[in-house]
Design a protein around this ligand. Structure first.
Ligand SMILES: Cc1cc2nc3c(=O)[nH]c(=O)nc-3n(C[C@H](O)[C@H](O)[C@H](O)COP(=O)(O)O)c2cc1C
Length: 365
C-alpha cells in the first residue's frame, strides 16, 4: 500500500504518507501550549508528518480564543516539550503559522494588539469570545506598507522561534481566508497599491513572505498551504481565480518550498471546486504536493497511485482517531468526530477518542 510507504521530504524521512492536517482545537491555556496538548500530539505521532494547529506569530495574528502562539518564551518552551514528545515517538512535526488578520476580535486578544487586514472590510457574522460570547466581527484597519512589512517579519520571527522549539519545519497558512489569503482574494482585498488590483499584486504578500521565511530557515523547512475556490471566512470565487492560482504556483517554484499543501474545501461545504485546478497546479508545481479534503483511505491510495499527489493529509479522521495510521493499515473501523467538542476546553473530544483496542496496549506500554 503506497500510503504507508516512507517518503523523503527534502531530506526529512517521513515514515508514511498519511499526514495530519492542521486542526485548531482551542485548548491552549492563555495561548500557551500545555501538557494536554502534548498528550494529544503524542497520541498522533504515528502520522508521517503532523502539521500543528494554526499558531499565531504575534499578538495581532491571534484572533481566536485559546489558540496557541509562538512569540513568547513560554510559548516556545511549551512547544518544545511537544516537539520532543513527538520526536521521541519517531514522528515529525511542522508548525502551521496562522495570522488571522480580520478573522478576529479584541475580546480574544491582548490589549496592545491591533486587528489589521489588506482592506477595511468586516467579515459578516460573529466571532466566539470567551469573555463576552459571540460578538460581531470588527471592521479591520487597512494595513499600511509598514504594517505589511511588520506582519511579514512576524512570520519570519515565528519561523525562527519554531526552529528554537524543535519543529522540523513550518507551514505558511495562505488558505481559508486568513491574512495571507485575505490578500489573495478580491472579496477581502480592494487595495490600489502594489498589493492589490491584479493577480501579481494580490499574490505579492504570500510570495514575499515565503521568500523571507525560506531565507531565514531554509527552503526545505518551509511548506505552504493554499485553498483555491475556498469560500471560507468570506472569501469568494472571482473572475480570473484559476489564472491567479496558476501564476502563484509558478512563482512558488523559485523558492523550492518543502511542499505545497492544497485544500479542497468542498468537503467542508464550500462550492464544488473545478477539479481541474488541482491537476493544473500539480503540473505546474515542481515540488512535493499534499492534497487534503474529505479523503478516504481508498481515495488517498488511488490519488497517490495515479500520481495526482505525493502525500495526503487527513483532518477530521485524525482528530477522531489517534491511531489513524494503524487503523488504515489494518482496515479497521474509524471513530466518528464529534463537532460539538472541536473547540471546547478540556479533554473531552480531544484526548479521549479511543485507540483501537490492540493498539492501545502498545501505546500505553
Ligand atoms: C476542527 C477543525 C479545525 C481546523 N483548523 C485548521 C487550522 O488551524 N488550519 C488549517 O489550515 N485548517 C484547519 N482546518 C481544516 C483542515 O485542515 C482540513 O482542511 C479539513 O478538515 C478537511 O480535511 P478532512 O476532510 O480530512 O477533515 C480545520 C478543520 C477542522 C474540522
Amino acid at each position: 500500500m503506497k500510503l504507508l510507504n516512507s517518503f523523503n521530504l527534502k531530506g526529512l524521512k517521513l515514515n508514511n504518507r498519511v499526514i495530519m492536517a492542521p486542526l485548531t482545537r482551542a485548548r491552549a491555556t492563555n495561548n500557551v501550549p500545555n501538557d494536554l496538548m502534548l498528550k494529544y500530539y503524542r497520541q498522533r505521532a504515528q502520522a508521517g508528518l503532523i502539521i500543528s494547529e494554526g499558531t499565531a506569530p504575534s499578538p495581532n495574528g491571534l484572533g481566536y480564543a485559546r489558540i496557541p502562539g509562538i512569540y513568547t518564551p513560554q510559548q516556545i518552551e511549551g512547544w518544545k516539550k511537544i516537539t520532543e514528545a513527538v520526536h521521541r515517538e519517531g514522528g515529525k512535526i511542522f508548525l502551521q503559522i496562522m495570522h488571522t488578520g480580520r478573522v478576529s476580535h479584541k475580546d480574544n486578544m491582548e490589549e496592545k494588539a491591533e486587528i489589521l487586514a489588506p482592506s477595511a472590510i468586516a467579515l459578516e457574522g460573529e466571532m466566539y469570545t470567551d469573555r463576552n460570547g459571540p460578538q460581531p466581527y470588527p471592521v479591520p484597519g487597512e494595513m499600511t506598507i509598514e504594517d505589511i512589512k511588520q506582519a511579514q517579519e512576524e512570520f519570519v520571527k515565528a519561523a525562527l522561534n519554531a526552529m528554537e522549539a524543535g519543529f522540523d519545519g513550518v507551514e505558511i497558512h495562505s488558505a481559508n481566508g486568513y491574512l495571507a489569503d485575505q490578500f489573495l482574494n478580491t472579496a477581502t482585498n480592494i487595495r490600489k497599491d502594489e498589493y492589490g488590483g491584479n493577480k501579481e499584486n494580490r499574490s505579492r504578500f504570500t510570495l514575499q513572505t515565503l521568500d523571507k521565511v525560506t531565507k531565514a530557515i531554509g527552503s526545505e523547512k518551509v511548506g505552504i498551504r493554499l485553498s483555491p475556490y475556498s469560500a471560507f471566512n468570506g472569501t469568494e470565487i472571482f473572475e480570473g481565480i484559476d489564472e491567479q492560482f496558476l501564476y502563484l504556483t509558478e512563482e512558488l517554484n523559485q523558492f523550492e518550498p518543502a511542499y505545497l499543501h492544497l485544500v479542497d474545501n468542498s468537503a467542508l461545504g464550500s462550492p464544488d471546486v473545478s477539479k481541474s485546478i488541482f491537476s493544473r497546479i500539480r503540473e505546474k508545481f515542481n515540488g512535493t504536493l499534499i492534497m487534503n479534503g474529505g479523503f478516504t483511505k481508498e481515495e488517498a491510495e488511488k490519488s497517490i497511485s495515479d500520481n495526482k499527489t505525493d502525500l495526503v493529509s487527513f483532518g477530521r479522521p485524525f482528530l477522531a482517531n489517534p491511531d489513524l495510521v494503524y487503523r488504515l493499515e489494518n482496515d479497521l473501523e474509524l471513530n466518528e468526530p464529534d463537532p460539538d467538542t472541536f473547540y471546547t476546553p478540556g479533554e473531552e473530544g480531544y484526548t479521549d477518542y479511543p485507540f483501537f483496542a490492540e493498539r492501545e496496549v502498545v501505546a500505553t506500554k
